[in-house]
Design a protein around this ligand. Structure first.
Ligand SMILES: Cc1ncc(COP(=O)(O)O)c(C=O)c1O
Length: 405
């Protein structure tokens, strides 16, 4: 039986830097009062500078998770309670819950089958007077239809934030880095991601106002607005979303490895594409001609009509051999109890109760039929870890092909 190797890309540079920080004893450089330390310690600043250089953005704000990054970037949009933000139902829960954390209302637009991202046409249909922005997701390592979403955001004067947690280093169909088309974007550095610092996240933006707001939300903003003479104090109430020096140093050396790690994943994904190309029940991952897919997951669509066995049987048999294959990614987010019961803060349906559009059955099954349908077809594997020998990848593909043909 095959034993999946652990994904571990922590090397000597990360270990040496962490040891040095520990010897010095300054594990965090943040202070919650006006001054240079308001923006963190040396490693935090170094990490942010490297992110700006890599993605060619003016600003990078490190935070202790992508969840925190989503929250801070949304707070920077000065949302009023009850405002609507259009987002994807096909994502990790934090995307939608960060909207609720701001007392705003997630409005789910259906996804498109190719990119698994929100469908621009579906987005446009959901816009109302209450809509303030779009929070799209570059899921599985590939961009959603960013240029169309950018056009819609511009047309209706909405903000566009990219949840780029799963796709650092990916490029859109025009060759732009994922995370640089929106007004702000967020990547995750949690332990499951291609590059990691245990926990962590980074917000990228070219907008000084967003940068300043995110810095306030990261570090007890209300305590410094007087010193910094900030007039518009809406949504400057802060939290502690700060990154330690240890995490920042790890993130710094991990970012230097991003291109190499992505290259390894792409090589494996291309190999699988070649092996699966003639298997009629499998549709290999989509990418635009000029886009760069960085394959956080390798995701195929399964056509049960052309297969000898069902998706669940296939997954069971493949996993029994020690390989990794998963049926579906996640149920559409709106099917979770938080939306079905509309119970979030307290027991009186807050913040849903602030918005007249959200009646009792608003988040009913069938809200995003494509998403519901697509998830029932998705086959997903994380077998792109560079530690997995190519010959094992071939064996994995051979097993799948034999079972379905
Ligand atoms: C699309 C997406 N958004 C947000 C998150 C949250 O990231 P974090 O764990 O860094 O808070 C994740 C993490 O898995 C994610 O995949």
């Amino acid at each position: 039986m095959f034993k999946l190797p652990k994904y571990n890309t922590i090397g000597k540079q990360e270990i040496d830097a962490v040891n040095q920080i520990l010897r010095k004893g300054e594990i965090s450089g943040f202070v919650a009062s006006a001054g240079s330390a308001f923006h963190g310690g040396n490693w935090v600043k170094k990490l942010e500078k490297l992110f700006c250089k890599k993605f060619n953005t003016k600003y990078a704000i490190s935070v202790n998770s992508a969840t925190s990054g989503l929250y801070a970037a949304l707070m920077a949009q000065k949302l009023e309670p009850g405002d609507e933000v259009i987002t994807s139902p096909y994502t990790m829960h934090a995307t939608a819950s960060s909207i609720l954390q701001c007392n705003a209302i997630p409005i789910f637009a259906d996804i498109e089958g190719k990119t698994f991202g929100i469908d621009p046409k579906a987005v446009e249909k959901k816009i109302t007077k209450k809509t303030k922005g779009i929070l799209c997701v570059n899921i599985f390592g590939h961009t959603c239809n960013l240029d169309e979403l950018r056009k819609i955001a511009n047309k209706y004067k909405l903000f566009l934030i990219e949840d780029n947690s799963q796709a650092p280093g990916a490029k859109d169909k025009k060759g732009n880095f994922a995370g640089t088309i929106g007004d702000a974007s967020i990547i995750s550095l949690n332990r499951h991601k291609t590059i990691q610092s245990g926990e962590g996240g980074v917000i990228l933006t070219n907008n000084k106002k967003i940068y300043d707001s995110c810095c306030l939300v990261r570090n007890h903003g209300e305590a410094v607005v007087r010193s910094y003479k900030i007039k518009d104090i809406r949504n400057t109430i802060g939290q502690n979303l700060r990154l330690t020096e240890i995490q920042a140093a790890i993130g710094y050396y991990q970012l230097k490895k991003l291109d190499k790690l992505n290259r390894e994943r792409i090589r494996r994904a291309n190999y699988l594409n070649k092996l699966f190309k003639d298997t009629s029940c499998l549709v290999t991952p989509f990418k635009y001609e000029k886009s760069k897919h960085v394959y956080y997951f390798y995701v195929m669509k399964f056509n049960a009509n052309n297969s000898k066995i069902s998706r669940n049987e296939l997954v069971k048999k493949v996993n029994k051999l020690g390989y990794n294959l998963r049926a579906g990614y996640i149920d559409p987010i709106y099917l979770e109890p938080i939306f079905q019961k509309q119970i979030c803060f307290g027991s009186n349906h807050f913040p849903f109760s602030l918005n007249k559009r959200i009646n009792k059955n608003y988040y009913k099954k069938g809200l995003c039929p494509n998403c519901e349908n697509i998830n029932s077809k998705v086959l997903l594997t994380n077998m792109l870890n560079p530690e997995i020998p190519m010959k094992e990848l071939k064996k994995f593909a051979d097993v799948v092909i034999k079972l379905v043909s």
